[in-house]
Ligand binder design. Structure first.
Ligand code: NDP
Length: 254
C-alpha cells in the first residue's frame, strides 16, 4: 500500500545546501516528499546531492549561487519558480564563522560574515517572501526558517561579529514573524549549539580553534541530521502551529 509522504507537494529552498546542516536538511525534506532547490556556491557538491536525491526518487534542482549577490539570488528565485513551481518552504541557512580578535583588524572577515549571515539571509527573504505569502493565501502551509545560533545570545572573545550577525538574524526573525504570522506564514528561528559540520574548519584564529577542539573532546556534538529532523518536524506541523524560536543543544553543552 502506498503512503503519502508528509511533505508531498511542497517546494523547498535550502541555502547552504552544499554541506552540513543545509545538505542534511535538503536530503531529509526530499525524503519526506518535498521538491528541493539547493543553493550554495560549490556546484560540484550541489550536483552530487541533487543526483543522490533524484536517485532516491526525489526532485531536486542544484543552483550555484553566491549569497553576497542580490542579483544571483533573485535569478535563482526565478529559475526555481519556472522549474519547480511556487516555493512554500525556505530554509535560510547559509553562513560563515570567521572569528578573530578585534585588534587584528581583519575587516574583510567582519564584512564577509555580515554580508553572508545577515545581508545574504535578508536577500533570500526578499527573493522568496512573495511566493510564501501567496502559498499561505491559497490556504497551504508556508514556512520561513532562519538558522541563527546560540551565539545570538552568547559572549565569546573573538566571536563578536559572528555573534552580532546571529543576534541580528534572531531579532530579524522575531520581527518578520510579527509581519508575516498574521498572513499565515510561519516564521521560525532555530538556534543550535555545537553541530558537527565544516563550519569550524574555516576558522584560522588559534585560540578559537583550541577552544573548539576541547569542546569536541568534552561534549557529544549535535549532528547535521539532528538539525534536519528538527527542521522537517517543524515544517510538517499542522498549518496553525508555529514554533517561533527553537533552541537545540548538545545535552552536555551548558
Ligand atoms: P557548513 O560550513 O557545513 O555550511 C555552510 C553553508 O553555507 C555551506 O553550504 C556553504 O556553501 C554556504 N555558504 C557559505 N558562504 C556562502 C555564500 N557566500 N553564498 C552561498 N552559500 C554560502 O556549516 P553549518 O552547516 O554548520 O552551517 C549552517 C548554518 O548553521 C550557518 O548559518 C551557521 O552559522 C549555523 N550554525 C552552525 C553551528 C555549528 O556548530 N555548526 C551552530 C549554530 C549555528 P558554499 O561554501 O558551497 O557556498
Amino acid at each position: 500500500m502506498s503512503r503519502t509522504l508528509p511533505l508531498a507537494g511542497r517546494i523547498a529552498v535550502v541555502t547552504g545546501a552544499s554541506s552540513g546542516i543545509g545538505e542534511a536538511t535538503a536530503q531529509k525534506l526530499a525524503a519526506e516528499g518535498a521538491a528541493v532547490a539547493l543553493l550554495a556556491r560549490r556546484k560540484d557538491r550541489l550536483d552530487a546531492l541533487a543526483q543522490k536525491i533524484r536517485a532516491g526518487g526525489g526532485r531536486a534542482l542544484a543552483l550555484p549561487v553566491d549569497a553576497t549577490s542580490g542579483a544571483a539570488v533573485a535569478e535563482a528565485a526565478r529559475t526555481i519558480a519556472a522549474e519547480l513551481g511556487a516555493v512554500d518552504i525556505v530554509i535560510n541557512n547559509a553562513g560563515v564563522m570567521l572569528p578573530s580578535g578585534v585588534e587584528e583588524h581583519r575587516v574583510a572577515d567582519f564584512e564577509k560574515m555580515i554580508e553572508v549571515n545577515l545581508t545574504g539571509a535578508m536577500r533570500v527573504v526578499d527573493a522568496f517572501v512573495d511566493p510564501l505569502v501567496a502559498a499561505a493565501r491559497k490556504g497551504g502551509p508556508a514556512d520561513l526558517i532562519n538558522v541563527s545560533s546560540i551565539a545570538a545570545h552568547g559572549v565569546f572573545p573573538t566571536f563578536a561579529v559572528y555573534c552580532a550577525t546571529k543576534a541580528a538574524v534572531t531579532h530579524l526573525s522575531r520581527n518578520l514573524r510579527a509581519e508575516l504570522g498574521p498572513k499565515n506564514v510561519r516564521v521560525s528561528v532555530i538556534e543550535p549549539g555545537f553541530v558537527d559540520t565544516e563550519l569550524q574548519g574555516h576558522m584560522t584564529d588559534e585560540a578559537a580553534r583550541a577552544w573548539i577542539a576541547r569542546a569536541r573532546q568534552e561534549i557529544t556534538w549535535l549532528t547535521a541530521g539532528d538539525l534536519a529532523s528538527t527542521i522537517a518536524f517543524t515544517v510538517g506541523l499542522p498549518r496553525h502551529v508555529n514554533l517561533p524560536h527553537i533552541t537545540i543543544m548538545p545535552t552536555q553543552q551548558v
